[in-house]
Design a protein around this ligand. Structure first.
Ligand SMILES: [Zn+2]
Length: 725
């Protein structure tokens, strides 16, 4: 069957409020913060009406003939409602991430309660729930496709987890909790943003910035210029250090001044832990409300509720993976710390310590010393400096390499489409994805690459702008993705020069984007990342990171921005060797976060015998070689689990890494240098993991690709904890 293709239309439709257009590309240039409140209010009114008429139609049908079974199309009328809501709210959410402002925040906060209430109304609709159940139990069930069946089953489960079975006071309480949790998570994340912005340290003396690489001197001089010191230069300062990642991370790694590292480190670990921005009370409230919510739904604790939607079968299964990784990495991490200590002792003169007295020689390493000495040891062992490689990874060339890889693996051609879509900032790019073989258009994506601390949330992410679906006339609506990174911006007339880690991050987000864009599922409810279990969703993203170490891929993108010369072979060898540097510590750190998250959501009881801090300490005893400082308040900025979707789900990174490492090992077994085999395997990955998305259980998708269930062996080998067979 041939289908026509619906291109995302440009924003030319005529409506007084651009947030209500309801389909197509968001008209970013026309959207004002003042549109948010009236737009969402009007939309919710209209959608409530529509929901009532869908319910009335379903109800009328049952009343006329109780045995009647609703059709897929009748139930799909609800999709139209959630999609319209998703279109408008998705834009606002996106702008909260990339163009945050006090006005936007207050608009967001004022409409959020009504939005939560409306979402509850849909998911708690008895009429819809009963209709879904009748369909599930009818003979018509067998006529649905597997994708449709999985969507209905997910809808039933979500309705149950949204409290459809509750009534009276219990339902009212449940809904109040939902409201409070939504508000608390917004507050939590705003506090982190504000606390990060509130701190800066302006340095004026050359000895204060000793050791800092040129890129950081440029970045911090620019930060000083942005805040009024117009004459600031990279060479002469002043230099403004902030707690944003592109400033904080390299500062700790390179600043020779030990006292300044300590000052910055302490500021970082105490973000949002005092005064007006204190998140500690919010954490207590959030955990208490989640526990209460879980109990209302008949679960022992929130972790069980969270796992009801995930691939991992039980809390015990998660704990057992955490323990497997902990025991595989603990001794390695212990040895690594000892190595760092010995190295620091032998190279004391590399740092300056104005606070030191004669006894300071005996003082053991502190938390703020670890990144610095780790970096020095890495330089010595591998003669490899993150900063020195930057000139070989200019963004335009990295994109060329990434797109070339996507063509080799998946047979897709990516081309520049700037100007075909409105953007929210002049640095944002727009690209088209087509089938390389026949030029058929498949998808589009935005790329917002650079850090903009004043308005953009930290980290990197992929989000859906438009989800693929087959429309009622048979036309296919093409997917569009947002890829957002926070890498170093172009400075002093040079292109954005990326660290290797920033390159990996870009590949990672692009992997999410691939699953969103290369889906072949025709129903929005299971297309792309929709309906993919959360702990399986990092499979394509982490899979893509592996390619940064692949010879052909790396040399396809690593060219010096000024001279064009390729990355020296010796540096490539060093990158490979350095891959497993400090691997035990890196794994153990993530195990600590993942296990603590599960413990807080399964063992901690508000008002019980153990406080949040005590749970955290207990987990650190087990999973940290160097214990955190008593004032370490990292939970206060742990937005993943208190303001993002990772509550009782942080372990997902490892759960998915088992899958992604094992998937990549299929390519290794085929032979990475064997381009034909790699292409064949790539098409298979595209046809299974990327194409099927949420239309099958992730275990089934994985087995279809790999021919067997996943094994942890590839992860341990890739991470350098067991040697290659
Ligand atoms: Zn990811």
């Amino acid at each position: 069957m041939s289908t026509s293709v619906v291109l995302p239309p440009a924003a030319t439709q005529n409506t007084s409020n651009p947030l209500l257009i309801g389909s197509g590309l968001p008209p970013f240039s026309e959207i004002e913060t003042s549109h948010v409140v009236p737009g969402i209010e009007q939309l919710l009114q209209e959608l409530t009406q529509e929901l009532h008429s869908v319910e009335a139609a379903l109800q009328a049908k049952v009343e006329s003939s109780p045995q009647t079974v609703p059709t897929w199309n009748e139930l799909d009328a609800l999709t139209a409602i959630t999609e319209r809501l998703g279109w408008s709210w998705g834009i606002i959410n996106h702008l909260m991430g990339v163009k945050n402002s006090p006005d936007l925040r207050s608009a967001y906060e004022s409409v959020q309660p009504n939005l939560v209430q409306f979402s509850n109304q849909i998911s708690q609709s008895q009429i819809v729930y009963q209709a879904l159940k009748r369909l599930r139990e009818s003979d018509a069930w067998q006529d649905l496709t597997l994708a449709q069946q999985r969507i209905v089953e997910a809808d039933l489960r979500d309705a149950e987890l949204s409290g459809v079975g509750l009534s009276g006071e219990r339902k009212a309480t449940f809904n109040e909790i939902q409201q409070s949790l939504a508000e608390l998570s917004t507050q939590f994340s705003n506090h982190v943003l504000d606390a990060t912005k509130a701190f800066s340290l302006t340095l004026t003396e050359p000895e204060d910035v000793a050791g800092l690489p040129p890129s950081l001197l440029s970045l911090t001089a620019q930060a000083a210029r942005d805040t009024g010191a117009e004459a600031a230069t990279a060479a002469d300062g002043p230099w403004r250090i902030t707690l944003d990642m592109p400033s904080y991370v390299p500062f700790l790694r390179h600043a020779q001044r030990r006292d300044l590292r300590e000052q910055i480190y302490r500021a970082f670990i105490t973000r949002a832990s005092s005064g007006d921005l204190d998140n500690a009370p919010l954490i207590e409230k959030i955990l208490a409300l989640r526990q209460q919510q879980a109990e209302l739904l008949g679960f022992e604790n929130y972790a069980e509720l969270s796992l009801a939607r995930k691939m991992a079968p039980s809390v015990a299964a998660v704990e057992s993976l955490m323990e497997e990784l902990r025991s595989a990495s603990y001794d390695a991490a212990t040895g690594e710390l000892a190595d760092i200590e010995a190295f620091a002792q032998a190279h004391k003169t590399l740092q300056s310590d104005p606070k030191a007295d004669s006894k300071a020689d005996e003082e053991p390493l502190k938390q703020w010393d670890i990144p610095f000495w780790t970096e020095r040891m890495r330089e010595t062992q591998f003669d490899l400096n993150d900063e020195a490689l930057r000139p070989y990874f200019p963004l335009p060339k990295v994109l060329e390499g990434l797109f070339g890889l996507a063509e080799r693996l998946f047979g897709i051609a990516i081309s520049v489409a700037d100007g075909q879509a409105p953007v929210w900032h002049p640095d944002v790019r727009y690209f088209q994805v087509a089938n390389a073989a026949d030029g058929k258009k498949i998808a589009y994506f935005y790329l917002d690459p650079y850090s903009r601390p004043a308005e953009k949330r930290g980290g990197a992410w992929m989000d859906e702008c438009i989800v693929r679906a087959k429309e009622s006339d048979g036309a296919v609506r093409l997917p569009v993705a947002y890829l957002v990174c926070n890498q170093s911006p172009p400075i002093d007339g040079k292109p954005s020069l990326m660290t290797f880690r920033e390159v990996e991050t870009l590949f990672h987000e692009f992997g999410h984007g691939l699953q969103h864009m290369l889906t072949r599922v025709d129903y929005a409810g299971a297309a792309g990342i929709n309906n993919v279990e959360w702990d399986a969703v990092e499979l394509p993203s982490q899979f893509m990171e592996n390619w940064c170490y692949d010879r052909d891929t790396l040399f396809g993108m690593a060219n010096h921005y000024a001279t064009g010369e390729p990355l020296p072979e010796a540096d490539y060898q060093k990158l490979l060797a350095a891959r497993h540097f400090m691997t035990g510590s890196a794994i153990l750190r993530q195990v600590r976060f993942g296990w603590l998250d599960i413990a807080l959501h399964s063992q901690y009881r508000p008002g019980g015998s153990e406080s949040v801090g005590e749970v955290s300490d207990r987990m650190a005893q087990k999973t940290a070689i160097m214990q955190p400082l008593p004032e370490d308040a990292f939970l206060c900025s742990f937005g993943h689990i208190f303001a993002g979707g990772y509550a009782a789900g942080y372990y997902s990174y490892f759960w998915a890494e088992v899958l992604s490492a094992d998937a990549f090992s299929a390519f290794e077994e085929a032979g990475l240098e064997n381009l034909d085999e790699v292409a064949t395997m790539g098409r298979r990955f595209r046809d299974t993991v990327l194409a099927l998305g949420g239309s099958r259980h992730p275990m089934e998708v994985f087995k279809t690709f790999r021919g067997r269930a996943p094994s942890t062996q590839a992860l341990l080998r890739h991470r350098g904890l067991v040697s290659a067979a």
